[in-house]
Design a protein around this ligand. Structure first.
Ligand SMILES: Cc1cc2nc3c(=O)[nH]c(=O)nc-3n(C[C@H](O)[C@H](O)[C@H](O)COP(=O)(O)OP(=O)(O)OC[C@H]3O[C@@H](n4cnc5c(N)ncnc54)[C@H](O)[C@@H]3O)c2cc1C
Ligand SMILES: *[C@@H]1O[C@H](CO)[C@@H](O)[C@H](O)[C@H]1NC(C)=O
Length: 502
């Protein structure tokens, strides 16, 4: 009897150690205060928020209201080792965890985290230049604007995403596109070394000598939590930038995208200092019947965009034209991606993206997606705030880096395309189903128009039902290599909420 009682007591004690089992055994297990226990292991300025507090609500509000990960604790590390302590503690309890940075990651798969620990990175936001000023050590939670501004003040710059409120690592671990990529490559191509907390809770410094290095540049979300990264930085070559923007009505779809293909061919003769960007959007005050097309040409090193590039677009009779000259740090405001712009407001919208990368525009497909976007957003007014993005950054720097040298798989592509289908959170399931159907249909048209069997989707825009070939490349050796590294570094699949390899 005594032996059996002792065994049972031992089994219960060990079950109570496990977060999942103990939640089933509430009446037997002693109540544990996870926040207190973990707090004792963290540095003095780390914080822990629990559900119900305003801080917790602010920490867990996201750009897209759908498929949010569910946290029961939010931990805000203040030193890199706090991340390691949190991972170790969560592992002991069998509790899931996820790094959260700018909160703009909207892939459906993150919603699979339930009852977990959100590790909110924003206190790890330092930017320190190396003595020779060729590199900067950037905190794992630093946001784009903080990095751009700190470097700018020192006469430096580096590749970041355009949006001021996303982090460096969120975009960077999946490649990372931005306006300086034509010169220097992707955000991840700047990485020189990093501190990373692995699935076992160890904090390591890795660089190109590690077998993991390849994977961190394109599939990095799958392998650990980066607490800091040292990246290449550059002297500012041109402070000046300019843009010109045009608004076209829907009858100009063919002419506009033909003009882009012939006068601004990405991956072709397009100079490194020129890029373009367009989107479909509804503005019933200007056109009550059909979406409009906003089109930007941006140029580095000029205060007005060279008319050689803008004239063919003026010739299409836009209904409005605008433009300005300024400096690099003005770009995010001009293009509607500053901290004060709508995409940085967490406005209670469900936002879904359905990305596809292509080489150039297929004109009939552009017409078809325009018409479908127009009819669907009219038929379902709840979706009429959606927009449809076409990004054409210069690509020379991206293509200069051998494709096989990093996990980012799609250096051959030139255009980043994605419908952003949104609606106000709280709408019924029918609206949600329509949103997904519209996004998938728009993408299918472009995929068919591309004439390719393969569908390439930028991992950081992925909806969440894409295949791993779509996100990480069709070459079998890439898939094999990723799986082998995953088995080695994350055998228990702790880092499989964001665009999982497995
Ligand atoms: C308005 C807007 C503009 C955008 N502009 C660009 C752009 O210009 N270029 C571009 O490439 N992409 C862009 N994106 C896409 C962007 O790359 C992704 O949305 C990205 O997930 C945002 O990162 P975040 O830190 O804001 O999101 P989060 O949701 O906080 O992070 C996304 C995921 O990254 C992982 N993660 C974050 N930090 C770390 C870390 N330190 N260590 C390990 N894993 C980490 C986690 O798995 C997390 O789930 C844009 C998105 C939006 C919504
Ligand atoms: C969306 O539809 C609503 C309801 O019909 C309308 O009031 C609003 O102006 C529309 N907005 C856009 C951007 O089309």
């Amino acid at each position: 009897m005594e032996v059996i009682a002792a065994v049972a007591a031992g089994a219960i004690a060990s079950a109570c150690q496990n977060a999942v089992l103990s939640s089933w055994l509430v009446s037997i297990c002693p109540q544990r205060d996870y926040a207190k226990e973990l707090g004792e292991r963290l540095s003095r300025n780390a914080h822990i928020y629990t559900p119900g507090s305003d801080n917790f609500a602010a920490a867990t509000t996201r750009w897209s209201a759908a498929h949010a990960p569910e946290a029961k604790l939010v931990v805000i590390p203040s030193i890199e080792n706090d991340v390691a302590e949190t991972v170790k503690y969560a592992n002991e309890l069998g509790m899931p965890y996820l790094a959260v940075n700018g909160g703009h990651g909207a892939i459906k798969t993150v919603g699979k985290m339930k009852n977990g620990i959100q590790i909110w990175m924003h206190q790890l936001n330092g930017v320190e230049l190396s003595e020779d000023e060729t590199q900067a050590k950037i905190g794992g939670g630093a946001k784009t604007k903080a990095v751009t501004d700190a470097l700018w003040a020192a006469g430096k710059q580096t590749v970041t995403g355009l949006c001021e409120c996303t982090s460096i690592l969120g975009p960077g671990l999946g490649g990372g596109h931005g306006v300086l990529q034509g010169r220097y490559g992707l955000v991840s191509d700047q990485f020189v070394s990093m501190n990373i907390v692995l699935a076992d809770g160890s904090l390591r410094t890795i660089d190109e000598s590690s077998d993991l290095w390849w994977a961190m540049k394109g599939a990095g979300h799958n392998f650990g939590i980066v607490t800091s990264v040292t990246s290449k930085i550059y002297d500012i070559i041109h402070r000046d930038w300019a843009y010109e923007s045009f608004i076209f009505t829907g009858d100009k779809v063919e002419a506009l995208y033909e003009n882009i293909n012939s006068h601004l061919p990405n991956g072709g003769s397009l100079p490194v200092d020129i890029m373009h960007y367009s989107f479909f959007f509804n503005n019933p005050e200007v056109d009550p019947n059909n979406p409009l097309i906003m089109f930007f040409i941006i140029q580095e090193g000029n205060m007005i965009v060279d008319p050689t590039y803008t004239k063919p677009f003026h010739d299409l009779n836009p209904i409005a034209v605008d433009g300005e000259g300024g400096v690099f740090t003005d770009l995010a405001t001009w293009m509607g991606n500053a901290n004060t712009s709508p995409p940085c407001k967490k406005a209670g919208l469900v936002n879904y993206r359905f990305p596809i990368d292509v080489e150039s525009y297929n004109i009939p497909a552009q017409r078809q997606v325009y018409d479908l976007f127009a009819s669907a957003t009219k038929e379902t007014p709840a979706l009429n705030g959606s927009f449809f993005l076409f990004e054409g950054y210069s690509t020379q720097g991206v293509k200069a880096i051998p494709s096989e040298s990093t996990a980012y798989p799609f250096r051959g592509d030139n255009l980043l395309i994605s419908p952003v289908i949104n609606y106000a959170a709280g709408a019924d399931a029918e609206i949600d189903a329509k949103a997904v159907e519209l996004g998938e249909n728009l993408r299918r048209i472009l995929h068919e128009g591309s004439g390719r069997e393969e569908m390439h989707t930028y991992v950081n825009y992925a909806y969440g039902e894409e295949t791993k070939q779509n996100m990480y490349g069709y070459e079998q050796w890439r898939q094999d290599k990723l799986l082998e590294l995953k088995n080695k570094y994350d055998p228990e699949r702790k880092f499989s909420f964001y665009a999982p390899i497995v």
